[in-house]
Design a protein around this ligand. Structure first.
Ligand SMILES: CC(=O)N[C@H]1[C@@H](OP(=O)(O)OP(=O)(O)OC[C@H]2O[C@@H](n3ccc(=O)[nH]c3=O)[C@H](O)[C@@H]2O)O[C@H](CO)[C@@H](O)[C@@H]1O[C@H](C)C(=O)N[C@@H](C)C(=O)N[C@H](CCC(=O)O)C(=O)O
Length: 494
């Protein structure tokens, strides 16, 4: 038996016929199965994992976990095998529980955040505050695992086997605190069901992912599962109550018996935004905690970031930290890499930001969020990827024309398409834009136009560091290009 090997029953699973083999690992993909593994044959969107039971058995699977349909489908393959068969109504939930027991450890404090937008920022701010308080902390989500322990992630919310392996490795490395993004896909597929949460946050709710969820209600129900199913009744729910959906979520949390900490602009919120004053690189935030009023600096662009900061503070307070130690740390918070990130400042004070927005709505809101920070003009440089959704190109053009004062259309990962064709499609939405194919030159020219009080947004790549042309990936970092352009134009040494 390896260190981690456990019997099937120790994983909370009961096989037909009383079989109780030793399990040496867990797999949701037959191609990853090793001798002694439990293979979870899950119903998928394309196929049923039961189609691959024969494959898993040939690779040495000791047990199969599936639903009734899967068991019927795999009956032939299973007949001669001698492998244990666990049949359950919800194999995804059983897998989540088994993964938690198999890996057996997680950081002492784990919190999660859901909502249509803001998850990445809230998880990052929560991790940063813990970090400043001296804890060994991580965040998990779209940006991978970051902090005291790091690793790339293929999914925002990893499937349970990967998730619990990582949580146990973090715990072994001394990580005491972790903040996770809970995607609606992850919640719907019960990827988080085995995690013990101390607190969970809800940011906001708008239309998204209707390609996956049947309708708006199903999408909301997936998010609500964080409070209705994953967070235990003794956990703390941190809820932004500015929208009706937040009020609805608060009622669900209260019905579950959870303590609720509310945030937002709404009167009565426990952590309440009173006032924001914007400047070129951030904002002054006045907020109330009960009767006490606090004033703090945030080096963050966008009014919505104050909501994210308060949600993160709510999670940290819910994890047991004194509010008066948490609030003074707000001024040290940094934006997520490549999200409205200040990349350079010209000698005349004009600012250059880099943002990951690469869809019409995201580009529009990035530009709109910048507006209150800018006394002068907003200049934008952006493009659209090749071999991807063509319909968005003119819409991105329209968003830029509507929200920026000067628009440069350039290349952004043209892949196998002719870059000039992509630019032409974008230009349909912003006919008076300036077209400069070479992205570095577009950035240089845009930086050159900046006067005092202006701001430039370079949109599309964010934290990414490559330009994909054909099958080649050329190194390209918008942040670096911004610094180089500013240094060259202002005569600074690089
Ligand atoms: C739409 C979706 O969420 N799909 C997830 C689902 O896969 P599926 O239902 O499509 O799988 P399938 O292809 O029908 O196959 C069924 C089963 O057979 C297995 N299989 C398949 C082939 C094989 O040779 N052997 C084998 O065992 C598969 O591993 C799977 O378990 O179950 C799989 C195993 O749990 C997940 O890996 C997979 O995530 C896919 C890869 C995915 O891309 N998901 C995205 C949409 C996602 O989860 N995104 C959210 C973020 C969303 C956001 O906020 O933007 C995320 O948390 O990352």
């Amino acid at each position: 038996m390896t260190d981690q090997a456990k019997t099937l029953s120790a994983l909370g699973l009961t096989a037909g016929g009383g079989a109780d083999p030793v399990i040496t690992g867990l797999s949701v993909d037959s191609r990853m199965v090793k001798p002694g593994h439990l293979f979870a044959a899950l119903p998928g969107s394309q196929v049923h994992g039961a189609d691959f039971v024969g494959h898993a058995l040939r690779l040495g699977a000791a047990a199969i976990l599936t639903d009734r349909k899967g068991a019927r489908q795999a009956a032939g393959a299973l007949a001669q095998s001698g492998a244990a068969l666990v049949v359950t109504e919800d194999p995804r939930q059983a897998l989540a529980g088994a993964a938690a027991l198999f890996f057996g450890a997680q950081p002492e404090t784990v919190v999660a955040v859901t909502g249509t937008s803001g998850k990445t920022s809230v998880a990052s701010f929560t991790r940063q505050i813990w970090d400043m308080l001296g804890f060994s902390a991580c965040s998990l989500g779209t940006m991978g695992v970051q902090g005291a322990w790091s690793a790339p992630l293929a999914h925002t919310t990893p499937e349970p086997v990967t998730l619990h392996r990582m949580l146990s490795e973090m715990a072994a490395a001394g990580v005491s605190h972790a903040a996770m993004e809970a995607s609606s896909h992850g919640l719907d597929q019960r990827r988080l069901d085995g995690v013990t949460l101390k607190a969970a946050a809800f940011t906001n709710f708008s239309q998204d992912h209707l390609d996956y969820h049947a309708d708006f209600e199903a999408y909301f129900a997936a998010k609500a599962a964080l409070f209705e199913r994953v967070l235990p009744p003794d956990g703390v729910a941190v809820i932004n109550i500015d929208e009706a959906r937040g009020v609805q979520m608060r009622a669900l949390a209260e019905a579950r018996g959870q303590e609720v900490l509310t945030v937002g602009r709404a009167p009565g919120a426990d952590l309440r935004i009173l006032d924001q004053r914007y400047d070129a690189t951030g904002q002054m935030l006045r907020f109330a905690w009960g009767e006490a009023v606090h004033l703090t600096r945030l080096d963050l662009i966008g009014g919505f970031q104050a909501e994210n900061v308060l949600a993160a503070a709510g999670l940290v307070i819910a994890s047991g930290e004194p509010p008066d130690q948490v609030f003074p740390l707000f001024c040290g918070l940094k934006t997520v890499r490549g999200r409205m990130e200040l990349a350079a400042t010209r000698d005349n004070g004009a600012t250059v930001f880099v943002d990951y927005s690469h869809k019409p709505g995201a580009l529009a809101s990035a530009l709109a969020s910048l507006r209150p920070h800018v006394m002068g003009r907003i200049v934008v440089v952006f493009g659209a990827g090749g071999d991807r959704d063509r319909g968005k190109r003119p819409l991105m053009g329209q968003a830029a024309a509507q929200h920026a004062d000067v628009v440069y259309v350039t290349d952004d990962n043209p892949r196998s398409e002719k870059p000039a064709m992509i630019r032409a499609e974008i230009l349909q939405g912003c006919p008076s834009a300036i077209e400069v194919g070479d992205r570095a030159e577009a950035i240089l020219r845009a930086v050159d136009t900046l006067s005092a009080g202006d701001a430039l947004l370079i949109a599309g790549k964010g934290h990414e560091t490559g330009q994909i042309v054909g099958d080649d990936v050329f190194p390209f970092d918008d942040r670096e290009q911004a610094s180089v352009a500013v240094a060259a134009l202002d005569g600074r040494m690089t």
